[in-house]
Ligand binder design. Structure first.
Ligand code: SAH
Ligand code: SF4
Length: 347
């Protein structure tokens, strides 16, 4: 009989699990703490559980994260980890330290079916969705790796972004459950402002997420008009800009939070002044923060990153229109750990 991997369970899933076996509900937060906060995988060590329960769990359950098979550390401190899944597929997770902040960039699928022309993950095609254990397991493993003695846990990873491999909203339920664990005080206790789901713009799932979760949202826009966007991102034919921007305007019920717009700067493609002006118009009815991303080179495409001068000029148009715009530093370039370079092909 196969064992239940308890990394797949949120606290409410575990409550049900314990109630079904005639145990008390409060066992759930106890076990969540052991697994996620303390990092214990051996049920025998969970000393506040009865011996009978520990014995039962040892026989019927397990705590199994993906296996770390390779680590690369870039000059700027960025770490890229290659993790192997039980069926032999691999995924990549990236850790980006920055002063008192530490951001973990996690994957939600093996590959991605959406085929954006500038993206290495898109180019490898789609294999499958990740389970909750495989998604939260990336955080579980990163915490253990960065703080093996469990002493600095709360400081090392302050932010989580779903900007690794895959489209998180295509794996909606598992991503939602994983974010629940990230926010759970008995697990990782991360702030809802610091867990960000990034999407290429799946409108129905965005609306669902708005109703079911309070995590932050980033939208990969990359073009300010339908013609250009559809040529770079096929999903735009299904959910064109009018629908996408309508879903983003007023996304957050609390009047202060902003949707982050991700915009890769590709030379001669989407980086002209007229594009910046179109973008200003497009974003004029909501609360937005724009991240300009110096495009990362992905082999087998003829797309080139924009020059710093063009990025600065583009940014100034947005700033002049009162849109909070930053140019994101590309990190971990020397180990192909930057956005859009994750293809799970090894380090
Ligand atoms: N599928 C989701 C999340 C994963 S992609 C999404 O598209 O948002 C994570 C981020 O990397 C997205 O903003 C994506 O557009 C960006 N990205 C993809 N290819 C890139 C490249 N070559 N250079 C820079 N950023 C890239
Ligand atoms: Fe998929 Fe996002 Fe890459 Fe597009 S940018 S192919 S949606 S991972």
């Amino acid at each position: 009989m196969s064992k239940d991997n308890l990394l797949n369970f949120t606290c409410s899933d575990l409550e049900k699990f314990f109630l079904d076996m005639g145990e008390k509900k409060y066992r759930a937060p106890q076990v969540i703490k052991w697994i996620h906060q303390i990092g214990v995988t051996d049920f025998a060590l969970m000393t506040n559980l009865s011996l009978t329960l520990r014995d039962y769990l040892s026989q019927h359950s397990e705590v199994k994260a993906p296996e770390l098979i390779k680590e690369l550390i870039a000059e700027d401190g960025t770490c890229k980890w290659l993790m192997q899944l039980e069926d032999g597929h691999s995924i990549e997770t990236v850790y980006i330290p920055e002063g008192s902040r530490g951001t973990l960039c996690i994957s939600s699928q093996v590959g991605c079916p959406l085929g954006c022309s500038f993206c290495a993950t898109g180019m490898m095609g789609f294999t499958r969705d990740l389970t909750v254990a495989e998604i939260i397991g990336q955080l579980w493993l990163a915490v253990r790796k960065l703080s093996p003695d469990n002493t600095t846990r709360t400081h090392v990873i302050t932010n989580v972004v779903f900007m690794g491999m895959g489209e998180p909203l295509l794996n909606y339920t598992n991503v939602l459950k994983s974010t629940e664990l990230m926010l759970d005080d008995n697990a990782y206790g991360l702030s809802k402002y610091k867990v960000t789901v990034s999407t290429c713009g799946l409108v129905p799932e965005m609306l669902l997420l708005r109703d079911q979760s309070e995590v932050a949202l980033a939208v990969s826009l990359h073009a300010p008009n339908d013609e250009l966007r559809s040529s770079l991102m096929p999903i735009n034919k299904k959910y064109p800009l009018k629908e996408l921007i309508a879903a983003c305007n007023n996304y957050f019920k609390d009047g202060k939070r902003q949707v982050t717009i991700e915009y890769i700067m590709l030379s001669g493609v989407n980086d002209k002044i007229e594009h910046a002006k179109q973008l200003v118009k497009l974003l004029s009815h909501g609360r937005y923060k724009v991240n300009l991303i110096p495009g990362n080179i992905v082999t087998h495409t003829d797309l080139e990153p924009s020059s710093q001068d063009n990025i600065d000029l583009f940014r100034q148009v947005l700033l002049d229109a009162g849109i909070n715009t930053i140019t994101r530093k590309s990190r971990g370039g020397d180990i192909a750990a930057a956005c859009g370079q994750l293809a799970g092909e090894g380090c």
